[in-house]
Ligand binder design. Structure first.
Ligand SMILES: CC(C)(COP(=O)(O)OP(=O)(O)OC[C@H]1O[C@@H](n2cnc3c(N)ncnc32)[C@H](O)[C@@H]1OP(=O)(O)O)[C@@H](O)C(=O)NCCC(=O)NCCS
Length: 405
């Protein structure tokens, strides 16, 4: 059956359970949705493909914000993408993606890609990397006992999210790539269903307090019992560590790295420039695996470029091409620095020619335009424009995402 008989439409709240089932089957995970998932679902932001009465494809977006260099902006958080196996390779995803991108009210879309080969064709590009740490505690120990080590405590009680949320917002003002969370999403993040623990302990929530008693850092972790021939070798799974103060950062890591009976710490969301490297005895022994995290796609080039800030002054005319979103084609005059930015359509001669993918991949400041120029994807018409623009697009703090959505 060809995809011409397949119809796209916006979802309704009643589609939720079927969409969830379709996505779970496509991703091959066993999960039933909860009332909370139904509340988080934004039907008006989900597209479905139907073949007669059968739902055969879906792509959802969540309304969230994202930190970018120098700002926090609205970004369509794309998720739940799947096509029924009987209907694949007939262009359904292409139709869903094109429509979703054209209709997005935000100036950019962001996603995690389970399969890296899929999204480049739609103008998405990997824009942030994440580092997975596996820390052997017999080789890697903290240098010193930090000053605030005695101000780490466990947090229990009802208002946990309210205490942690301001710290995530503060992190957004410091590091690009961090997604904001509504109350519902905080609720989801802190859910701790026994069936999701994979044999690990219930989640422990640690906080660090400053000298006045205010919470200035938190860590979410679990332990998993393990015995090696030579003795206890428990695993610590660090899910999230957010600290807005150096003492809190140091103290929370110290706690995690010195837990009794533990042989290993796993942490999947470290940044490329994770400061932990400075705090341990043997950074070379941190086993680090580099992966892609966020893929970015600018849906409105001039608005997106005006929304972020730049590491150094830039004044450049960019000639942009975009196969999917017509209004992104053309020339844009970008003037910006670390404090303000404008980006207007122009007829002036271009300094650089490139496509929306290169602008998307460099948008969070974690990749250089020079990398794309090296494979011919950026053409420099004005000598010096590449280096000036590439420098301005970088950012001193590497982008990282601390959750998969
Ligand atoms: C990935 C998926 C959504 C693609 O849906 P689809 O309707 O088959 O995709 P399309 O027919 O529109 O394919 C568009 C293009 O992408 C390519 N493509 C599709 N899925 C691909 C995959 N998994 N790997 C590599 N290329 C893929 C197609 O070959 C096609 O290429 P072409 O334009 O050169 O002809 C679907 O295969 C699926 O549900 N997979 C399992 C779930 C999943 O991976 N979801 C993504 C989570 S991030």
């Amino acid at each position: 059956m060809g995809s011409s008989e397949v119809v796209l439409r916006a979802a309704t709240a009643d589609d939720h359970d079927q969409l969830w089932g379709l996505f779970a089957t496509a991703m091959m995970f066993d999960s039933t949705s909860s009332d909370l998932d139904r509340e988080i679902f934004e039907p008006e932001r989900a597209l479905v493909a139907t073949d007669g009465d059968l739902l055969v494809g879906t792509a959802k977006a969540l309304t969230r914000d994202l930190s970018v260099p120098g700002a926090v902006v609205a970004a369509a958080h794309v998720t739940g993408v799947g096509v029924r196996a009987t209907h694949r390779r007939q262009g359904i995803l292409s139709r869903l993606m094109s429509r979703q991108l054209r209709e997005a009210p935000e100036a950019l879309a962001v996603l995690w890609a389970s399969e890296a080969a899929i999204y480049g064709r739609f103008g998405y590009a990997p824009a942030a990397r994440n580092v997975s740490y596996e820390i052997n505690l017999h080789r890697v120990r903290p240098h010193l006992v930090p000053r605030g080590a005695d101000r780490v405590e466990e947090l229990t009680g009802e208002d946990t999210a309210a205490q942690l949320a301001p710290l995530l917002r503060a992190l957004q003002s410091r590091r690009p790539g961090v997604s904001g969370r509504s109350d519902l999403l905080w609720h989801k993040r802190l859910q701790d269903k026994p069936e999701d623990r994979g044999g690990a302990t219930p989640r422990q929530i640690l906080v660090h307090r400053d000298a006045a008693g205010a919470v200035d850092g938190y860590a979410l972790w679990r332990g998993k019992m393990n015995w090696a021939v030579e003795g206890p070798a428990n695993e610590v799974v660090l899910e999230e560590l957010v600290a807005i103060d150096p003492t809190a950062y140091h103290a929370l890591w110290h706690y995690v790295l010195t837990l009794d009976l533990a042989g290993k710490v796993q942490y999947g969301h470290a940044a490329v420039d994770e400061p932990l490297q400075q705090l341990v005895s043997n950074p070379a022994a941190l086993v680090r695996r580099l992966g892609e995290s966020l893929w970015i796609r600018l849906t409105d080039v001039s608005r997106a470029l005006a929304q972020r800030r730049y590491a150094s002054a830039v004044d450049v005319v960019l000639e942009v091409s975009d196969d999917v979103i017509e209004h992104n084609n053309g020339r844009f005059h970008l003037i910006g620095d670390s404090k303000s930015t404008t980006c207007e359509r122009t007829e002036a001669a271009p300094d650089l020619t490139l496509s929306v993918s290169e602008l998307s991949g460099t948008y969070l400041g974690g990749r250089s335009l020079a990398e794309f120029a090296a494979t011919g994807r950026v053409t420099e018409h004005t000598p010096g424009a590449l280096i000036t623009t590439a420098t301005a697009l970088t950012w001193p703090v590497a982008p990282t995402s601390i959750e998969v959505f």
